[in-house]
Write a new protein. Structure first.
Length: 508
C-alpha cells in the first residue's frame, strides 16, 4: 500500500569542510539534536530516453534509513514535492507503475543512476521540543549506470517537519547564508547526478522541422494543442491519486482539445483529428460519470442544507449518503478502468503522433490573426443560432434539450476564444469572459434538470420503502425554480455576449 508525504525542503551547496552555524540563533529554533549518520543506497529509475527526468519526476528504490522502499516524487511547486511511498520489493510496485503510465506508456523502466550517501542528521526543535525541521549534511557518491561516469559532492538539505510554518526554513536559510552557505543550483540529487555522471537520454528519432513559421495559424493552433496534450498526461496520475478537481481538469483538457479540432478544422485536417476526437469524447465520458456525480452530490447536499429541520422528514440525509457512496465508488472504478485500458494508451500514442506529424491544411500557413478570428466568429454565430432556437420553444422538455445543446455551443465558443487569446489578445479575452457567463448560466440550468431527475428517483425509492417523499418533492420544486430563473436570465446575459463589437474587435 502506497502512502503520500508532502516534502518541503531546500538544498545548499557544501564541502566536506563546511561547518554549520549555531542554528539555535535562527528564529523559532530552541535546540538542535545530533541524530547520527545513516548510510543510504538508492537506485533511480527512468525510461531510456529519461521521460521522468524531463518532467521533474523522480523514481527510486532506496535501502537504509527509516523510509526504505520505493519512492515516487511529483513536483508541486519550487522546493515542494509529493513523495509517494511503497514498501521495499524487488520490482516496481503496481501502485506506483500506474501513476507513471501516461508518461512511460509501454517503454521499459531501467536503472539509470545509483546514489550512495552518508547522511549526517540533525533535528531542529522549538522550545516545547516539537520537531521543526530536519537538517542533513549529505556526502554523495553518484554512479551513472548507463554512462559509467562517477561524481561526488556534499550538500546540505533542510526539510520542514509536518504541519510546521515554512517561515522556519526562511529563518534557517538566513543563518546559513550568514555563514557563507548558498542555495544549490540543482533542484534535486538526481538532476545533479545525471548531469555530473554524463547520463544522457537515448538519441530520439530526428525531430520534425517546425511545421509553420511563428505567426501562422498552424503554429498558434499547434501550441494550444500541445498545451492540452500535456495537461492530459499530467492529470492522469492526479486522477489516480484522487486529488481535488483532477477529474474535472482532465475532462476539461479532453474537451478543449476536441473542441479545438472542430473549431480549427481549416488548420488541422479533420479526417485525421475526428477519430482522435471520438476517443477524447470516450475518455471524457468515462471520466464524466465521476465528475457529474461529484457535481450532483455537492448540489443535493447544499440544497438539503438550506432547508429548515422541520421540513426534513424521514431518513433523508442517510439515504442521500448511501446513494452518494454507492454512485461514487462505481464512478471512480469506471474512471480508473478507462485510464488503465489499452484504448487510453492508444489515444496517448495518437496524440503523440499528431504532434510529431501534424496534418496541416493550407490555412495553416496563413496569418494566425485572420484565420483564428474567422474561426472564433463562426463558433459565436453557431451559438447564436442555438440560443435563438432554444428561446423560441415553450418551457418544457424540448427547450431543456435545446438549452443543453446551446450550453455545449457556448463552451466551444469559449474554448475557441481562449485558444485564440495568445494571438488576438484582449478582444479574445473579453469574448471568452462573456462566453463563460453564458456557459455558466446554461450550466446552472442543466444541473437543475439533472438534479430533478435524481430527486425523482430518490422520491420513488423512498416511497417504496415506506418513507415520506415530502422532502424530495420540496427539493424538486426548488430545482424547477432554479431552472426557470436561469431561463429568465438568459436573454439578458446573451444580450451582453452577442454585442456586435465583441466579434468585430477580434481583428482590430
Amino acid at each position: 500500500m502506497a502512502d503520500t508525504k508532502r516534502e518541503i525542503e531546500r538544498k545548499y551547496e557544501a564541502t566536506p569542510r563546511t561547518g554549520l552555524p549555531d542554528l539555535t540563533r535562527a528564529a523559532g529554533v530552541a535546540s538542535v539534536t545530533d541524530e547520527g549518520v545513516t548510510e543510504l543506497d538508492a537506485v533511480y529509475y527512468d525510461t531510456p530516453d529519461l521521460r521522468l527526468a524531463a518532467d521533474a519526476l523522480t523514481l527510486r528504490r532506496r535501502t537504509g534509513g527509516a523510509d526504505a522502499g520505493w519512492h515516487l516524487k511529483f513536483p508541486v511547486a519550487s522546493g515542494i514535492r509529493d513523495e509517494i511511498r511503497a514498501p521495499l520489493s524487488d520490482t516496481l510496485p503496481q501502485s506506483l507503475a500506474g501513476l507513471l503510465r501516461s508518461r512511460v506508456r509501454d517503454a521499459e523502466i531501467v536503472p539509470v543512476v545509483r546514489l550512495r550517501s552518508s547522511r549526517d542528521v540533525r533535528h531542529l526543535h522549538d522550545g516545547d521540543g516539537t520537531l521543526l525541521a530536519e537538517l542533513s549534511v549529505d556526502t554523495v557518491h553518484a554512479e551513472g549506470l548507463t554512462s559509467g561516469g562517477e561524481a561526488e559532492w556534499t550538500e546540505i538539505e533542510v526539510e520542514l517537519a509536518d504541519d510546521t510554518d515554512p517561515a522556519v526554513l526562511d529563518a534557517v536559510e538566513k543563518r546559513l547564508r550568514k555563514a557563507g552557505i548558498r542555495p544549490s543550483d540543482s533542484p534535486s540529487k538526481l538532476s545533479r547526478a545525471l548531469a555530473e555522471t554524463g547520463v544522457e537520454p537515448e538519441a530520439p528519432a530526428a525531430a520534425p522541422e517546425p511545421p509553420r513559421a511563428p505567426g501562422t495559424a498552424g503554429a498558434a493552433v499547434l501550441a494550444y494543442v500541445r498545451e492540452q496534450v500535456e495537461a492530459i498526461v499530467a492529470y492522469d496520475p492526479a486522477v489516480r491519486r484522487d486529488l481535488p478537481d483532477a477529474v474535472h481538469q482532465l475532462r476539461v483538457a479532453c474537451r478543449r482539445l476536441r473542441s479545438a479540432f472542430k473549431t480549427y478544422g481549416k488548420v488541422l485536417d479533420r479526417e485525421v483529428t475526428d477519430p482522435i476526437g471520438e476517443e477524447l469524447k470516450w475518455l471524457a465520458g468515462e471520466l464524466g460519470v465521476a465528475r457529474d456525480q461529484e457535481v450532483l452530490d455537492e448540489r443535493l447536499r447544499a440544497r438539503l442544507g438550506e432547508l429548515p429541520r422541520t421540513l426534513i422528514l424521514g431518513p433523508v440525509r442517510a439515504r442521500l449518503r448511501r446513494r452518494d457512496a454507492a454512485h461514487g465508488r462505481n464512478a471512480r472504478s469506471q474512471a480508473l478502468a478507462a485510464l488503465d485500458s489499452a484504448r487510453h494508451l492508444a489515444l496517448l500514442g495518437a496524440l503523440d503522433a499528431l504532434l510529431a506529424g501534424p496534418p496541416l491544411r493550407e490555412d495553416a500557413a496563413d496569418d494566425a490573426r485572420t484565420v483564428l478570428a474567422r474561426a472564433v466568429r463562426k463558433d459565436h454565430a453557431r451559438l447564436a443560432g442555438r440560443i435563438g432556437h432554444a428561446l423560441s420553444l415553450e418551457p418544457q422538455h424540448e427547450r431543456d434539450l435545446a438549452l443543453h445543446e446551446a450550453r455545449k455551443a457556448a463552451k466551444r465558443a469559449r474554448y475557441a476564444a481562449e485558444a485564440a487569446r495568445p494571438t488576438l489578445g484582449k478582444p479574445a479575452k473579453r469574448l471568452a469572459k462573456r462566453m463563460k457567463a453564458v456557459q455558466t448560466l446554461l450550466g446552472e440550468h442543466q444541473d437543475a434538470v439533472v438534479a430533478r431527475g435524481a430527486l425523482r428517483e430518490l422520491a420513488i425509492v423512498a416511497h417504496g420503502a415506506g418513507e415520506s417523499a415530502f422532502t424530495w418533492g420540496l427539493l424538486y420544486g426548488h430545482e424547477e425554480a432554479a431552472a426557470a430563473a436561469a431561463e429568465r436570465a438568459l436573454p439578458g446575459v446573451w444580450a451582453g455576449a452577442s454585442a456586435p463589437h465583441l466579434t468585430a474587435s477580434l481583428t482590430h
